[in-house]
Design a protein around this ligand. Structure first.
Ligand code: ASP
Length: 436
């Protein structure tokens, strides 16, 4: 059994959290490959080590002395070290890092959060430390060279049957350190899972898995016990966030299940994410609800449009020229709307409208007020009748006007557009409707 066990920043933020990690690792002997983030926040106003390191880089850039920042960073790590009675010479390592700072790339600087945290964790767990720069091979375009990573891992496994590896970074073919996007330790874990052909990727964080809805909108939403990768993709696209989006791809390629678990409540079952889930009449109809604000629609209408071949293509080409990604294309007979993210067209929406008018001679090209999109997502909605009926009835009874409707042909989601002021009420209304 091969498990990859990844701990996020809040799981390694203090000596207290380190102890929880150790208890989790020791509770299961198959937890042998551990990926660690940089120490995160201990309380809401605290700083993440990675943020402090980005700040160090800015200090260097603007010729400001980074010494006070380095002291804060050293104190954080020294506190963990001394509370746990560890012997890793972390102060000396940070001192050397401070001296080298002006000559280091930004990627190398910010990667040290994961590096230092993992060094201490390896010491505490009594596991070997394996540096991500010697394993995670990245190409200059930022993609991963899985073949080389596998080869390197085979070498590592000749001498180690367990290890701790820092997340978030790897190295280019010339050996230079390169970081992934923020939150990238999730990706490191997935890459290890893929390249070691793991049976399970455990992602330990500070929530007990995914919730059915955003807890800032819905009070105490239920936990999602099981979800497919496709459902997760729909929900994260629509705004739900716990896991880095890119972490999903390496797992799906290899069909590796992912479990999201809570370091502070290890007894909770969390959420398991699988490639496919056998239909079960006891599973909920709707797996999750998510939504995002700030979409706009450009409505285009022209008499007899339905007979005009190439009309839609002409309009879409204009969006393509501006590199604008289109979210939805709801259509009528002689009209259709192009739904896009408001911020994507913020600088040139009037120019785009003028070009559509000019190119298509449309009777009307109009910009709508911004609105929100809400998606209800569920694999069990497929081929079951009545779901959209319940959705529309519930919103109708609540007096919520629906500005747009879309359902993917896979029947995995139903998306509705509502006014911004109705957003929270609509999410709550749908949550109530589909959890009772
Ligand atoms: N430490 C990095 C960040 O704060 C990566 C991670 O935590 O996954 O973005």
């Amino acid at each position: 059994m091969i498990k990859i066990t990844k701990f996020g920043g809040s799981s390694v933020a203090s000596a207290e959290q380190f102890k929880k990690v150790k208890a989790i690792i020791e509770a299961d002997p198959t937890r042998r490959f551990v990926v660690i983030s940089a120490a995160g926040k201990r309380f809401s106003k605290d700083n993440k080590i990675t943020d402090l390191l980005y700040l160090c880089h800015s200090h260097i850039l603007y010729h400001v002395d980074p010494a006070p920042l380095l002291k804060t960073i050293t104190d954080r790590f020294f506190e963990i070290k001394s509370e746990l009675g560890l012997s890793t010479p972390i102060e000396a390592e940070i001192e050397a890092f401070g001296k080298a700072l002006p000559n280091l790339s930004v990627d190398e600087i910010v990667s040290r959060g994961e590096y230092f945290t993992s060094k201490l964790m390896a010491d505490f767990l009594g596991f070997p430390f394996v540096d991500a720069k010697d394993v995670v091979a990245m190409r200059f375009d930022g993609s991963f060279d899985y073949e080389l990573i596998e080869k390197r891992l085979l070498e590592v496994l000749k001498t180690h049957d367990r290890f701790v590896m820092p997340g978030f970074y790897g190295s280019y073919p010339n050996g230079q350190i390169a970081v992934m996007s923020r939150g990238g330790s999730d990706i490191s874990g997935s890459i290890l899972a893929r390249c070691l052909n793991a049976d399970l990727y455990e992602n330990w964080t500070d929530v007990s898995g995914f919730l059915m809805a955003d807890p800032r909108i819905v009070k105490n939403p239920r936990n999602i016990q099981k979800i497919t990768f496709s459902e997760l993709r729909e929900l994260s696209y629509m705004g739900a966030s716990v896991l880095h989006e890119e972490a999903v791809f390496p797992l799906r390629e290899q069909n590796i299940p992912l479990q999201v678990l809570n370091t502070n409540r290890p007894e909770d079952a969390g959420t398991i994410v699988l490639d496919s889930i056998e239909p079960n009449p006891n599973d909920p109809l709707v797996t999750g609800i998510a939504g995002r604000k700030n979409f706009i629609a450009i409505e285009i209408s022209k008499k007899h449009m339905s007979n005009a071949v190439g009309f839609v293509k002409d309009v879409l080409e204009i969006f393509e020229q501006y590199h604008i990604s289109i979210e939805h294309l709801p259509s009528g007979i002689d009209s259709f709307s192009v739904v896009v993210n408001q911020k994507d067209v913020a600088n040139n929406v009037h120019e785009i409208i003028a070009r559509i008018k000019e190119k298509t001679q449309a009777d009307l090209v109009r910009l709508t007020e911004p609105f929100a999109l809400i998606a209800i997502v569920g694999r069990n909605m497929t081929q079951r009748s009545g779901t959209s009926g319940r959705l529309f009835a519930a919103l109708g009874q609540a007096g919520i006007n629906i500005r747009m409707i879309s359902q993917g042909s896979a029947e995995l989601n139903i998306i509705v557009g509502v006014n911004h002021e109705d957003f929270d009420r609509a999410v709550n209304c749908l949550y109530e409707t589909f959890t009772h």
